[in-house]
Write a protein that binds this ligand. Structure first.
Ligand SMILES: NC(=O)c1ccc[n+]([C@@H]2O[C@H](COP(=O)([O-])OP(=O)(O)OC[C@H]3O[C@@H](n4cnc5c(N)ncnc54)[C@H](OP(=O)(O)O)[C@@H]3O)[C@@H](O)[C@H]2O)c1
Length: 252
């Protein structure tokens, strides 16, 4: 197992790799959902792809946490509960709610997401299970309180927006409409905005580099995707709301 110094070298390297991935993501749209391509090799059913690619995140962080040598303080158990809350939804509920009949994604996307989820799950689980030390007063600290509020807000926006998107289609439909309501008033991708805010909240409540790394990786993946979705909406719908931003209200 890595000692603490080696672990932090690994975390710094992962941040740099993430930034390179961000630059690549700005140039090449990740080919799933509306941007899917058949030229990326073998394909897998969309629903199955979502389950397989998110499962490592659901499992890795809690397993590594519980196997870790550190004290299982109530506050770290709370952090793991939030992780489980998010990933039980993303892995075991969301894939069964989406209307994705007959749609496929490249296996290459599934495998790259598995890799990303394994590393991020390891980094967060190892930190919380072996390194983290929070006193009993952490519950009353400002990072904990502010981070929890941000996480709850992000979780709400993410789920509300996914709910609106899922209900744009009637059963069996696979086309696209202009989403309205909720935070779609402000941005094209409030689900991605909500997800980014959730993990910034998680980084704040845990106040640590490893969890910040995960928040950064979420931005590295989701900001380019939101920009691509926004451009796609604008090119596809003549009546697309002009004042809508891509991902951050009033900013971007
Ligand atoms: N943490 C991370 O790094 C990460 C990475 C990726 C995703 N996620 C999360 O996973 C969730 C899904 O991500 P995503 O990128 O697939 O989101 P998305 O492109 O917005 O799609 C979400 C679902 O809604 C459907 N949909 C989207 N826009 C629609 C429209 N205008 N009309 C009708 N249906 C529409 C999509 O169908 P199609 O699939 O047919 O387009 C898909 O089933 C989000 O909550 C996101 O935050 C997290």
């Amino acid at each position: 197992m890595l000692n603490e110094e080696q672990f932090y070298y690994f975390v710094y390297s992962w941040i740099v790799i993430g930034f390179i991935t961000f630059l690549v993501n700005l140039k090449i749209k990740a080919p799933y959902g509306r941007h899917t391509k058949t030229t990326w090799g073998p394909m897998i059913d969309n629903r199955l792809g979502w389950i397989i690619m998110e499962l490592p995140a659901l499992l890795t962080c809690p397993i590594i946490y519980f196997l870790g040598q550190g004290e299982k303080a109530p506050v770290t158990l709370f952090f793991i509960s939030l992780w489980l809350l998010h990933y039980i939804n993303r892995t075991l509920i969301f894939p069964f709610r989406i209307k994705t009949n007959g749609k496929k994604m490249p296996l290459a996307i599934t495998f790259s997401a598995i890799f990303f989820n394994l590393i991020n799950g390891f980094i967060c689980g190892h930190f919380l299970g072996n390194i983290a030390q929070y006193g009993n007063d952490w519950w009353e600290s400002w990072p904990f309180i502010a981070g929890t509020i941000l996480f709850a807000f992000g979780f709400f926006v993410n789920n509300q927006s996914d709910h609106i998107l899922i209900h744009l289609r009637k059963p069996g439909e696979t086309g696209y409409r202009i989403p309205k309501g909720g935070f779609f008033r402000y941005v094209s991708c409030p689900n991605l905005f909500g997800e980014i805010i959730e993990w910034i909240g998680f980084a704040l409540m845990t106040f640590a580099l490893p969890t910040l790394t995960f928040a950064l990786w979420t931005m590295y993946n989701l900001i380019p995707r939101a920009l691509a979705h926004h451009e796609w909406y604008q090119s596809r719908f003549d009546d697309y709301p002009e004042d809508r931003k891509a991902v951050f209200p009033r900013l971007l």
